[in-house]
Design a protein around this ligand. Sequence first.
Ligand SMILES: Nc1nc2c(c(=O)[nH]1)N[C@H]1C(S)=C(S)[C@@H](COP(=O)(O)OP(=O)(O)OC[C@H]3O[C@@H](n4cnc5c(N)ncnc54)[C@H](O)[C@@H]3O)O[C@H]1N2
Ligand code: MOO
Length: 393
Amino acid sequence: MTLAIERHRTPVTTDWASARLLAHMLPTPGPAELVPLAEAAGRTLAAPLRAATALPGFDNAAMDGYAVRGTGPWRVGDRILAGCADVPAALADGTAAEIATGAPVPAGTDRVVPYEAAERIGDLVMAADNTRRHIRRRGEYVRPEQPLLSAGATVTVPVLGLAAAIGLDAVAVYPRPRVRLLVSGNELVTAGPPPWGRMRDAIGPMLVPLLASWGAELVGTTMIGDDADGFAAAVADSAADADLTVVCGASSVGPADGLHQALDRLRAVVYVDGVDCRPGHPQVLARAGSGWIAGLPGNPYAALVAAFTIVEPMLAGLTGRPLPQPRRARLAGTLTPDDRRTRILPVRTAAEGVRLVDGGQPGFLGGAAAADAFAVVPPGPLADSVELLHLPQ
Ligand SMILES: Nc1nc2c(c(=O)[nH]1)N[C@H]1C(S)=C(S)[C@@H](COP(=O)(O)OP(=O)(O)OC[C@H]3O[C@@H](n4cnc5c(N)ncnc54)[C@H](O)[C@@H]3O)O[C@H]1N2
Ligand code: MOO
């Protein structure tokens, strides 16, 4: 595979799957940093999550009831509550202690009899024979120093709780890549119904939450015009500052499509110049200095497809995550594959499989808005099942 394409050569387009692979493997994450749990949600682990303590940290009751030793009836002595400061006295044969869930069981405890299974008369307690112990042993879930998750795992909501439970205050994660969005086009307006000849920006509102959901820190969205100097300066300034600059529009070959010219001026190395997919063909992946540049087409549905093709994998690479693997689903109904390009089509999931949704023209988002996934249909004969790209809510 040729990695860098010199701009004066005829562009070599990349197939859809290779574009995603390339976009994932080229970037590397920034240096790991230790961040408090409260700031770690959504970040990627840069080192395995390792337990600072055993879990449970001590033998404790799994039910409210009586810790007992030997065969009943038992004479009830102490009452032990969760959080008690002292180690409870050991149980002698034939004795019991009233105990709360989570409280440390006294040494010698055979089992905990839940209140519901116990009958108490005065200071004696009896129970039908019960084989369940209802004791959570020290280290039963996790041993001290045990690695629980590998580097590359996302810090999800349960991971935050698990990290706290194993005694961690902070986790080693990769930094969020700093991303700037440049939305280009003299015709664009950002509020209200557009006047004649103008177009409402439909890409900025989609990409802002999408980039955040893929782990980016969005440092700004800038609307830029089509004037070549201003366009090139905006791309250069952003590439010098942000880890990734996402440029929407101006990626094609028209008179006002300044992305390629700007990349020439920047002496950028172009890795992808056109992807064999429909829509979303005019995509660019380049690097200028230390900044990555992703160029997306101006047609809004094409831009969304292109974002899934190169931006999602790039952000996975920049955050140290694996390449997201599309799941597969049965295809209900029929559709026509392209003989040369991968089609990316809006679909909805039904009991019998995924079904095509109308309204997937490159310049229209009606199909995507009614869809719950995008189906990836490679060129050539149609298979029974298709890969699905997951749409974040
Ligand atoms: N001679 C050729 N013309 C075109 C080709 C081609 O291969 N040869 N490709 C077509 C395809 S496919 C696409 S997609 C577009 C991509 O064009 P650009 O990336 O250069 O985008 P623009 O020309 O700036 O805009 C295209 C279209 O989209 C509208 N637009 C732009 N930005 C936004 C936005 N933020 N929100 C909503 N709509 C937007 C713009 O007004 C145009 O209508 O090129 C084809 N042409
Ligand atoms: O590929 Mo364009 O990306 O068809 O709209």
